[in-house]
Design a protein around this ligand. Structure first.
Ligand SMILES: [Zn+2]
Length: 332
């Protein structure tokens, strides 16, 4: 058992007679999403969480209401006074943000969020350090710290869902770039004059291979009803498994694009592991296998592929929370 007494790093919580070492500070992790706000409490800075909470974001009510709900989500964790005094908060938010200042520049799924000083507002309310990071980057940190990226020093996570996001870790550090905007893997330009992307540009990976793009491509070849309920990638994947050639073709096209995009990233970053996450990956191994083949066939030199592992991400919905935990307990 580690000794609290031997710890000389901090006297946080000392007033209440509790001394916490830096490595075992209580951590509150928060995942702010367009639909839900989730929070989890890790008293010793390691999983599992001893308490967690979830509430609707109510994004349409605007930033002030959402911030109150974030505070309430933390309050739900029922921290004692010494715990709250010693804690550190890690929070993931959607959209471009500045991890150095904790300011969310804007968040597409959170109406009214423009230049919101999220880190400062949480820090002022709770009187503790707060670290803020983009949720897609946090998913990569989560997989690196606690998922299928464990033990790797160089990895790429690509999350293929409604959109495409991801993160890159090099030398055990998250690649953030100059202003913290790095890692927008869904916006790799692949096809000149290709389909319009959610960002407004044409031909980005997200516009070609996300779940949204797969469903659109399937409708365009006559799969699924032109009107009526939107067809899901789960249903298209089931149709592909049942032998529907149109469904297979749209998934194969997406897998080809993802593999080609990833090969470019592999050339730039030379990772030892590539992790594939997100709902579209649940289509099955035939899909991820196709992605891996397309990746390897697009490499400039086979050396890049030697020892390279392509694996499913394993944390699912927990990735951002565990990433927020990793954010505040590591130097990554
Ligand atoms: Zn884009």
């Amino acid at each position: 058992m580690e000794s609290r007494i031997a710890c000389d790093s901090t006297s946080l919580g000392a007033a209440a007679g509790v001394i916490y070492c830096a490595g075992m500070r209580p951590v509150v992790a928060v995942d702010l999403g367009g639909t839900n706000i989730r929070a989890a409490y890790y008293p010793r800075g390691t999983p599992p969480a001893v308490r967690s909470s979830r509430r609707a974001t109510g994004a349409g009510d605007g930033p002030t209401a959402v911030l109150e709900r974030i505070h309430a989500a933390i309050e739900d964790l029922a921290l004692s006074a010494p715990e709250a005094e010693a804690m550190i908060i890690g929070i993931g938010a959607p959209g471009p943000l500045d991890p150095a200042t904790g300011v969310v520049h804007h968040a597409p799924n959170l109406p009214g969020w423009h230049e919101v000083p999220l880190g400062e507002m949480l820090s002022r309310r709770w009187g503790c350090p707060v670290k803020v990071e983009n949720d897609a980057n946090l998913a990569a940190l989560g997989e690196w710290g606690h998922g299928s990226g464990r033990g790797a020093h160089h990895l790429i996570l690509l999350t293929i869902g409604t959109g495409i996001g991801g993160g890159v870790i090099v030398d055990d550090r998250l690649v953030r770039g100059w202003r913290g905007l790095g890692g927008e893997l869904g916006h790799l330009p692949l096809v000149a004059d290709g389909p319009r992307c959610s960002c407004g540009q044409a031909g980005h990976l997200e516009a070609i291979a996300s779940g949204t793009a797969i469903a659109r491509a399937y409708r365009q070849v006559g799969g699924g009803p032109a009107d009526g309920p939107a067809i899901t990638t789960e249903r298209i994947a089931a149709a592909a498994r049942a032998g529907d050639p149109r469904a297979k073709a749209v998934f194969n096209d997406a897998a080809d694009a993802i593999g080609r995009g990833l090969s470019g990233l592999v050339h730039v970053f030379n990772p030892e592991r590539v992790l594939l996450g997100g709902g579209v990956v649940r289509a099955g191994e035939w899909f991820t296998g196709h992605v891996e083949r397309a990746l390897r066939e697009s490499l400039m030199d086979a050396t890049f592929g030697e020892g390279l592992q392509v694996l499913p991400a394993e944390l699912g919905d927990e990735a951002a929370l565990l990433g927020a935990l990793t954010l505040v307990t590591s130097d990554a």
